[in-house]
Ligand binder design. Structure first.
Ligand SMILES: NC(=O)c1ccc[n+]([C@@H]2O[C@H](COP(=O)([O-])OP(=O)(O)OC[C@H]3O[C@@H](n4cnc5c(N)ncnc54)[C@H](OP(=O)(O)O)[C@@H]3O)[C@@H](O)[C@H]2O)c1
Length: 248
């Protein structure tokens, strides 16, 4: 199995790359800095893994990603669109630049990468695509309006791709994680109106309580969900909620 993972330098994408590597898959890591220490360490941990450089904010790089990954891997069976960004900000403070940055990284770039992968898979007997969305794409929360909209759009695009490429044996699904303990959730957030300032640890304690399971998820648990969606041969166009009961 030949697998491309975006956002593989750290967090959830890194765990997904390691999970496929543990299965003996050929893994290409789509990363901004292929010679950064974290990527070099990951390359050393996954036999035969390759790094393919990409900055999702640069459409020229995004447009050639699938072609470069196919060359690096000698084919492509699975794409996991995991890279993403969030800016914690009130809608009142949202700038056009911030909205466009989040839409580009979380929706526009993954859409064209998935489209190009689906076209390749269509011509080569099928494949599987998993987009990493978010529960915020299903139900919004304060300070993440642009991010939530970008993930809702990604979920809609997941379904459209599944519809248009299913007959060719290309399955397209999304996973919607709850709050996962990575760098992404440790960024400082502005206060909601009238609220006292919270430390990052206080924020995390509050976030844990939002989950029925009483804890945050781990990157490895989201990797399990991705592997399930790649394995489940009769599942397409679905959104797997992996949220420890957050939406409940
Ligand atoms: N953590 C959560 O609670 C949570 C919940 C729901 C969904 N998600 C989604 O899960 C995915 C992974 O999140 P995470 O928690 O692992 O976040 P993270 O630790 O902040 O990692 C983000 C990844 O995206 C990459 N990336 C960001 N902008 C990029 C760009 N312009 N070009 C190329 N790569 C870029 C980063 O690369 P660099 O190392 O180069 O910055 C990094 O590998 C995201 O799509 C996120 O929206 C996360």
């Amino acid at each position: 199995m030949k697998v491309l993972v975006t956002g593989a330098s750290r967090g959830i994408g890194r765990a997904i790359a390691l999970a496929f590597g543990a299965r003996g898959a050929g893994v290409a890591l789509a990363v901004r800095e292929p010679s950064g220490p974290a990527v070099l360490e990951l390359l050393a941990s996954i036999p035969g893994a390759r790094a393919v450089p990409v900055d999702l904010s640069d459409s020229a790089q995004t447009q050639t990603l699938i072609e470069r990954a196919r060359e690096a891997l000698g084919g492509l069976d699975v794409l996991v669109n995991c890279a993403g960004i969030v800016h914690y900000e009130a809608l009142a403070d949202l700038s056009p630049e911030s909205l466009l940055q989040q839409l580009t990284a979380n929706f526009v770039a993954p859409t064209f990468i998935a489209r190009d992968a689906a076209l390749h898979m269509q011509a080569h007997g099928g494949g599987a695509i998993v987009n990493v969305a978010s529960t915020l794409g299903v139900r919004p929360a304060p300070l993440t309006a642009a991010y939530a909209a970008s993930k809702a759009a990604l979920i809609s695009m997941t379904r459209s791709l599944a519809l248009e490429f299913g007959a060719a044996g290309v399955r397209v699904n999304a996973v919607a994680p709850g709050i996962i303990d990575t760098d992404m959730i440790r960024a400082e957030r502005p206060n909601t109106a009238g609220a006292a300032a919270l430390s990052v640890e206080e924020q995390l304690a509050g976030l844990r309580k939002l989950h029925v399971l009483g804890r945050l998820g781990t990157a490895e648990e989201i990797a399990q969900s991705v592997l399930y969606l790649v394995d489940a041969q009769f599942v397409t166009g679905t959104v797997l909620i992996a949220d420890g009961g957050l939406l409940l």
